[in-house]
Write a protein that binds this ligand. Structure first.
Ligand code: PHE
Length: 437
């Protein structure tokens, strides 16, 4: 590795980029429909409790590991402790490597939907099914999405990721707020707002708690070294807990706002909020089609969704790129291009899973579902358990001291955090893992 290690320009730069990673398809596409399927407000309350306790703790753990070592995940564990611990880092890199290809396929769909909305194309359930089965077209949009990701990450941490996130994240937020105002002022929106605000605890089952916890981890991008990698670019004097609180806060705020932009509109037009994955690509276009100004709002919605996906994709690519450039003496630019190219190729079978390769089934799953299952259902929880245990045991008490940065003392609540990472989080994540299998 030649020269000085790249780093964030400022604390705000890190918070924006890390929030960019956290805010993604998980917040805007998945959160509203999972909340819709699990009883609305009651689910949201459970989600909030989990994300601000366990989610926050694991996020902070990753930041502490990254900043202490100033290395990409595998090298970070090697620097701080060695032994078998680097395996946790390798698992993280592998997870990112497997998530980005299929994430990019869906990212491609979001770009295609900007175009479809502008063109006034038919976007009902059959049209959506036909589109994702098309193969050639979805692969082309997957290529486009991957190419934009590669171009931004190529510019480096400060000159690429941070620079673009500083523009894209505020844009996303402004669009989101406009959409919320539009949705909640529709006649009939009250039912949707009520669904969102009045908890019905009778609809909460163990399964919904499980769904809330998995959603929380995926949503703040923990468990696979994104926050270790991004944390490795933080300056030595910065205090970490405040940053983590901002990131969790922004991520949760965006998920809630996305719910408020979507559910009231869905109710206002008498549609079903518990639609599942089709909520964004099938129900919403129908909602926009009936809404005054829906053409404009629909276009804005899909632009926002693409931006959210893009800033998350950057972080996934960065994990693998940082790993390669740290471990081997290869420059950033060729690495970004090569890894981006490989991920594009890996995404092709995922894109074809909805059409030509629908019948290609392993362990009862299509290739798309299998990649998702292995990465987010198995590797991500395993990585998250490793990261939490590391901070609670192997890296304690140094982890506590790391929180305050070079010139401070560990916060008084550090022991609480330790038990969160050492015991509570690993057990809860183990439960997600077993439940998912
Ligand atoms: N947090 C992102 C989302 O909500 C997804 C993601 C997961 C990104 C893991 C990076 C790492 O969509």
């Amino acid at each position: 590795m030649a020269g000085k290690r790249d780093g964030w320009k400022s604390r705000t730069g890190f918070i924006i980029a890390a929030s960019g990673s956290a805010v993604g398809l998980g917040n805007i596409w998945k959160f509203p429909y999972v909340a819709g399927q699990n009883g609305g407000a009651a689910f949201i309350i459970i989600y909030l409790v989990l994300i601000f306790t366990v989610g926050f703790s694991v996020l902070l753990a990753e930041q502490a590991i990254g900043r202490a070592a100033q290395r990409s995940p595998a090298a970070a564990f090697r620097t701080l402790k060695g032994g078998l611990w680097p395996v946790v880092g390798y698992i993280g890199v592998l997870t990112a490597f497997l998530i980005l290809p299929f994430y990019s396929v869906v990212g491609g769909w979001t770009i295609a939907y900007i175009w479809k909305t502008i063109a006034g194309a038919s976007m009902d359930g059959a049209a959506f099914g036909g589109f994702i089965a098309s193969g050639g077209i979805t692969i082309a949009f997957h290529a486009l999405f991957m190419a934009v990701t590669v171009l931004t990450v190529r510019g480096g941490v400060q000159g690429g990721i941070e620079r673009y996130c500083r523009i894209l994240m505020p844009t996303l937020l402004i669009i989101l707020i406009i959409l919320v105002v539009r949705a909640v002022t529709l006649p009939g929106a009250e039912k949707g707002i009520a669904f969102f605000m009045t908890p019905d605890f009778s609809r909460i089952t163990l399964q919904s708690v499980h769904a809330a916890l998995s959603q929380a981890f995926f949503s703040i991008s923990v468990g696979m070294g994104v926050m270790i990698t991004y944390g490795s670019y933080i300056g030595k004097t910065e205090k970490l807990p405040g940053d983590a609180a901002w990131i969790v806060g922004i991520d949760t705020g965006v998920a809630l706002l996305a719910g408020l932009a979507i559910l009231p509109a869905v109710f206002a037009f008498g549609m079903d909020p518990a639609q599942g994955p089709g909520l964004t690509f099938v129900t919403l276009p129908a909602v926009f089609a009936q809404m005054p100004g829906g053409y404009l709002f629909g276009t804005m919605f899909f632009v926002m969704l693409s931006l959210a996906a893009l800033t998350s994709a950057m972080s996934l690519l960065e994990v693998v790129v940082a790993h390669i450039t740290d471990e081997f003496d290869i420059g950033r630019k060729p690495t970004v291009l090569t890894i981006g190219g490989i991920m594009f190729l890996l995404g092709i079978p995922a894109a074809l899973s909805f059409g030509a390769w629908k019948e290609v089934i392993f362990f009862g799953k299509t290739i798309f579902d299998l990649m998702d299952f292995v990465a987010t259902g198995i590797l991500l929880p395993v990585g998250a358990i490793g990261i939490s245990l590391f901070v609670g045991w192997a890296f304690w008490p140094k982890a506590g001291e790391e929180l305050a940065g070079e010139h401070g003392a560990a916060p008084v609540w550090a022991p609480l955090w330790r038990w969160m990472c050492g015991i509570v989080a690993p057990l809860l994540i183990l439960w997600i893992l077993i439940g998912g299998l």
